[in-house]
Design a protein around this ligand. Structure first.
Ligand SMILES: NC(=O)c1ccc[n+]([C@@H]2O[C@H](COP(=O)([O-])OP(=O)(O)OC[C@H]3O[C@@H](n4cnc5c(N)ncnc54)[C@H](O)[C@@H]3O)[C@@H](O)[C@H]2O)c1
Length: 335
C-alpha cells in the first residue's frame, strides 16, 4: 500500500510513519511536509535510510508541487495531517492558520479530485465542537462551535472535505481526535512542557485554575485508529476519536510530577488564555463500531512518554533555550 502523508514530519504524522513501516512490510510511505517549526526530519530517525520511506519538502498550498508528487508516487491513500496546530500561536497570529488549515486543505482536495485518489483521510479535531461544559459529549452530528482561530480554521477545513465528498463524490473520511500525547510532541505542548520544565526544576505554568478537562489519547492508539478508518471507514463519514477517562489539566501535571518524583511546589498558576475551552468531550461509538479501542491506560502511556523524553535529550535539546524555560505564557496578544 502506498501512503502519501502531508504534514507527516510532525508529532502524530511521524509516529504514524514509524508505525506503518514497522507494522506493515508492504507499506511505502511518502511524507510531504513544509517543515515548519513543528516538523522535523529528526522525527524519522533512521527511517530516512529505509527504501520504503521517502520525503519531499513542500507546502500543501503549492498545488503544482503537490500534483507532481501525487502523479509520480500514485498514492493509494492520502492522509492530510498538515496543519498549524497550536491554539496559543493561533491567538497571537491567526494568518498562517487560515492559510494552511483552510486554503491548504482546499488545495489538497483539488489535487485528490483531479488525480482520483482512491482514499483520502483528513485530520480535523475535537475542538471543532467547542466547549462542551454542561452540554455532554458531542457525536459526529453535533453542530460545530469553534472558539479559537485554530479551531475555526479546522472547522472550515472539515466542512470543505465534507462538501467535496457530497459535491464530487471524493472518497474522503474525516478524523476528529482528542488531545494526543506521546513521544516526539513539540515542547510547546502541555505534557512535554511539564516534563521538560520539571526535569530542569523550572516552575510549570498552569492556565487559570487548571480545571480544564481533556480526554487524552496515546499517539500509538491514534495510529491504530488511522488504520481502522483506512481499512473499514466509510467514505463521506466523520469519526470522533476519543481517548480514555477525562482528566483535568492540573491532574495531568500532578501525574507527571508524581511519576518523575518532583514536588507539586513546581506548579505555578498563571492567567488563563483568552477563550480557553473548559471541556472537550466526544462519543466514540462510530469508531468503536469499526473494532478500534484505545488500548493504552493513561498512566502507562504517560510513563512511556516521560521515559522517551528522558532518553532522547538529543531530540528536544535544540528546541528549548533559556527563553523557553524562563517564559511562563507562550502567547502574547498584540496590542
Ligand atoms: N496533536 C493533537 O493532540 C491533535 C488533536 C486533534 C487533531 N490534531 C490534528 O492532527 C494533525 C496533526 O497534528 P500534530 O499534533 O501532529 O501537529 P504538528 O504541529 O506536530 O505537525 C504538523 C505538521 O504539518 C506541517 N505543516 C504545517 N503547515 C504545512 C503546510 N502548509 N504544508 C505542508 N506541511 C505543513 C508541519 O511542518 C508539521 O510537520 C493536525 O491536522 C492537527 O490539527 C492534532
Amino acid at each position: 500500500m502506498r501512503y502519501l502523508i502531508t504534514g507527516g514530519a510532525g508529532f502524530i504524522g511521524s509516529n504514524y510513519v514509524h508505525h506503518l513501516i514497522h507494522s506493515f512490510s508492504d507499506a511505502e510511505v511518502l511524507v510531504y511536509d513544509k517543515l515548519t517549526y513543528a516538523g522535523r526530519l529528526e522525527n524519522f530517525g533512521n527511517l530516512t535510510n529505509n527504501a520504503r520511506f521517502r520525503f519531499v519538502k513542500g507546502d500543501i498550498c503549492d498545488e503544482k508541487l503537490l500534483s507532481n508528487v501525487v502523479k509520480e508516487f500514485e498514492p493509494e491513500v492520502l492522509i492530510n495531517m498538515a496543519a498549524e496546530s497550536s491554539v496559543d500561536r493561533s491567538i497571537n497570529d491567526p494568518a498562517p492558520f487560515l492559510k494552511t488549515n483552510v486554503e491548504g486543505t482546499f488545495k489538497v482536495l483539488e489535487v485528490c479530485r483531479r488525480f482520483d485518489i482512491p482514499k483520502m483521510v483528513h485530520f480535523s479535531t475535537d475542538e471543532v465542537y467547542g466547549d462542551r461544559e454542561g452540554l455532554g459529549p458531542a457525536d459526529e452530528l453535533t453542530a460545530f462551535s469553534p472558539r479559537s482561530p485554530y479551531s475555526a480554521s479546522k472547522a472550515a477545513g472539515d466542512h470543505l472535505v465534507s462538501a467535496y465528498h457530497k459535491t464530487y463524490g471524493l472518497p474522503a473520511v474525516i478524523l476528529r481526535p482528542s488531545n494526543n500525547y506521546g513521544p516526539r510532541q513539540h515542547p510547546e505542548k502541555l505534557i512535554p512542557k511539564a516534563i521538560l520544565r520539571a526535569l530542569n526544576n523550572y516552575s510549570i505554568p498552569v492556565y487559570g485554575d487548571g480545571s480544564q478537562v481533556r480526554n487524552w489519547l496515546f499517539v500509538e492508539d491514534m495510529a491504530e485508529a488511522i488504520d481502522a478508518v483506512i481499512n473499514k471507514g466509510e467514505a463521506g463519514e466523520a469519526y470522533n476519536v476519543p481517548g480514555g477517562k477525562p482528566k483535568k489539566n492540573i491532574e495531568v501535571i500532578k501525574d507527571v510530577l508524581k511519576l518523575m518524583g518532583k514536588p507539586e511546589l513546581l506548579i505555578k498558576y498563571v492567567e488563563d488564555r483568552p477563550g480557553h475551552d473548559r471541556v472537550y468531550s466526544m462519543r466514540g461509538d462510530k469508531i468503536l463500531s469499526l473494532g478500534w479501542r484505545p488500548k493504552t491506560p493513561w498512566i502507562d502511556g504517560l510513563r512511556k512518554t516521560i521515559e522517551w523524553y528522558l532518553n532522547n535529550e538529543w531530540w528536544w535539546r535544540p528546541l528549548v533555550n533559556d527563553k523557553y524555560f524562563k517564559a511562563e505564557t507562550p502567547w502574547r496578544i498584540k496590542q
